[in-house]
Design a protein around this ligand. Structure first.
Ligand SMILES: *Cc1c(COP(=O)(O)O)cnc(C)c1O
Length: 462
C-alpha cells in the first residue's frame, strides 16, 4: 500500500506509450468557432476542442494489451475464439454462463425487451437511462423510476443515492399486480441520477422483493466496476473484500444484465446481454440473430470481442479504479474549495455543476447551463454538456419549455485519457468563470428542431 501523501497526489497508474496530439486554440479562434457552430458545442468539430468532457461513453483509452488483442481477432462468422474468451470472462466476473454480444448497450436492451416485455406492462428501475426508457416505451411498456428520495436532492451527501426505494417498489408491484411486471431493473451506477452507486444491501433487498412475487431482476451494468469500488469504499463490512468478490455478489442477486462496453469494458464500441437461464438465452438468441447478427459475434468484429474481454479483465484493477474515481473526486473537491456549487457527492464518472446556484441572475428560459457550457468552451477550449432546459425539450401539452428541476452542466471524465494537469486546467477555467459569473449572458434559439433539439439547435446571445 502507498502512503497518504502518495494517494493524495493521485499519480497515474500507467505511463504513456502512444500520444494523440491535441490542438490548443486562441480565445479569438474559439469565439469564431462557437459562433459558426450556432453556439452549440455539439456542432463543433472535435479537433477544435482541447479537453473533451462531452461523455465518458466510447471515449476510453485502450491499454497496450487491448491493442495487442486486436491482432488476434478471429473473424470467423461463427464460434470465433474471441467469443469464447469473452464468454469465459463474463462468466468469471458476473457469474452468468450465457452471453450474447451486441453492437452497444441499447442493442442489448432491445434484445432483452423484445424477448420479455409485452405491451401494457410496467418496468420499474431506480432510474431509467434515456435509451432504456425509450426501448421500454417502444415496446408499449411503461417505465417507472423508484429511486430513494435523496436521489433528487443535490445538496444531500448520502453514500448510496443510486438505491431503489424498496417500499415504493413493493407498492408498485402490489398496485399493478406481479403479472404486469415482467422484470425489475437496477442501474449501477445510476447514470440519470449523476452516476450514484447502489449498495449490496439494496441489491439484496431488491432480490428479496422480486423473489416474493416471482419476478426476475436484471442489472444495467454499464458502470458495474465503479459501483463495486464505491461499495468497497462506503459500505460497512466491505473494505476487506476484493472488487471481484463484490462484483460477483452484486450479480448473484440478478438473473442477467445488459451492458454497454463503451463504459466499464474500456472499449470504444460494443456491449452484451448476459443471462443465467438457458431457456431465456435460447429465446433471446432468436432476436439477436435478427437485430445484431449470429449470436457469437453480435454486430461486432472478432477483434472487438477480444478488446472487450481484455477490458473487462482490466477494469476491476484497484489501482485503476482508485485513480479513476479519484480524478472525479479531485475535480469536485477543487471546485467546492473555490465555492463553486456542484451536485454532492460527485458520482463515479462525472462532476455536475449546479447552474441554478452558479448563475442565479439568468432565468431558466435563457438556458443558464447552456450558457455556461459555451462560456467554458470560449474560456479554455473545454467541451462539457448541458443537462438542463434545452435537453428537457418542450411539454407537448402546453408547448412551453419543460423546465427541469435541476439545471446542470455535466463534466464527464473519459477513462484513462486525461492527466491531472488537464483536470487542473478544467478546474481553474471554471473557477475563473465563477469569479466573473455576472458577465455570463443567456441565449435564445435562432433554430429549434422539433425533436432532440439539443443536438442540432442554433442560438444567439441575448
Ligand atoms: C450508455 C448507457 C446505456 C446505453 O448504452 P449505449 O452503448 O450508449 O447504447 C444504457 N444504460 C446506461 C446506464 C448507460 O449509461
Amino acid at each position: 500500500m502507498s502512503d497518504a501523501w502518495e494517494e493524495e497526489l493521485l499519480a497515474e497508474p500507467y505511463r504513456i506509450k502512444v500520444i494523440e496530439p491535441v490542438r490548443r486554440t486562441t480565445r479569438q479562434e474559439r469565439e469564431e468557432l462557437i459562433r459558426r457552430a450556432g453556439y452549440n458545442p455539439f456542432r463543433l468539430p472535435a479537433e477544435a476542442v482541447y479537453i473533451d468532457l462531452l461523455t465518458d461513453s466510447g471515449t476510453s483509452a485502450m491499454s497496450d494489451r487491448q491493442w495487442a488483442g486486436l491482432m488476434i481477432g478471429d473473424e470467423s462468422y461463427a464460434g470465433s475464439r474471441n467469443f469464447y474468451h469473452l464468454q469465459a470472462t463474463v462468466e468469471r466476473i458476473f457469474g452468468f454462463p450465457h452471453v450474447i454480444p451486441t453492437h452497444q448497450g441499447r442493442a442489448a436492451e432491445n434484445v432483452l425487451f423484445t424477448t420479455l416485455l409485452k405491451e401494457g406492462q410496467v418496468v420499474p428501475n431506480n432510474m431509467h437511462f434515456d435509451t432504456t426508457k425509450a426501448h421500454v416505451l417502444h415496446k408499449g411498456g411503461r417505465p417507472v423510476d423508484c429511486p430513494v428520495t435523496a436521489a433528487y436532492d443535490p445538496t444531500q451527501p448520502e453514500p448510496f443515492k443510486g438505491n431503489v426505494d424498496l417500499g415504493k417498489l413493493e407498492e408498485l408491484i402490489r398496485t399493478e399486480g406481479p403479472a404486469k411486471i415482467p422484470f425489475l431493473m437496477v442501474t449501477a451506477t445510476c447514470n440519470s441520477g449523476g452516476g450514484q452507486p447502489v449498495s449490496l444491501a439494496n441489491l439484496r433487498g431488491v432480490k428479496e422483493v422480486a423473489s416474493r412475487y416471482g419476478i426476475p431482476v436484471f442489472i444495467d451494468a454499464c458502470r458495474f466496476a465503479e459501483n463495486a469500488y464505491f461499495i468497497k469504499q462506503r459500505e460497512p463490512g466491505q473494505a476487506g473484500r476484493s472488487l471481484g468478490e463484490i462484483a460477483r455478489e452484486m450479480f448473484s442477486y440478478a438473473d442477467g444484465c445488459t451492458m454497454s462496453a463503451k463504459k466499464d469494458a474500456l472499449v470504444n464500441i460494443g456491449g452484451f446481454l448476459a443471462l443465467r437461464d438457458e431457456q431465456l438465452y435460447r429465446e433471446a438468441s432468436v432476436w439477436a440473430v435478427l437485430f445484431e447478427g449470429f449470436p457469437t459475434y453480435g454486430g461486432l468484429a472478432g477483434r472487438d470481442l477480444e478488446a472487450m474481454a481484455r477490458g473487462l479483465e482490466e477494469v476491476l484493477d484497484e489501482s485503476y479504479l482508485a485513480h479513476r474515481i479519484g480524478q472525479v473526486e479531485y475535480l469536485a473537491r477543487r471546485l467546492l474549495q473555490a465555492g463553486v456549487p456542484i451536485v454532492e457527492p460527485p458520482g463515479g464518472h462525472a462532476v455536475y455543476v449546479d447552474v441554478r446556484r452558479f448563475l442565479p441572475h439568468l432565468p431558466q428560459g435563457q438556458f443558464p447551463a447552456w450558457a455556461l457550457s459555451v462560456a467554458l468552451y470560449v474560456e479554455a477550449g473545454v467541451r462539457s454538456v448541458e443537462v438542463g432546459t434545452v435537453l428537457a425539450g418542450r411539454d407537448p401539452a402546453t408547448g412551453d419549455h419543460d423546465y427541469p428541476r435541476l439545471e446542470l452542466l455535466r463534466l464527464a471524465i473519459p477513462r484513462r485519457v486525461y492527466t491531472q494537469t488537464h483536470l487542473e486546467l478544467v478546474a481553474r477555467a471554471i473557477i475563473r468563470l465563477y469569479g466573473q459569473r455576472d458577465r455570463i449572458k443567456g441565449f435564445r434559439f435562432t433554430f429549434e428542431p422539433p425533436v432532440l433539439r439539443h443536438f442540432t439547435a442554433r442560438f444567439e446571445p441575448v
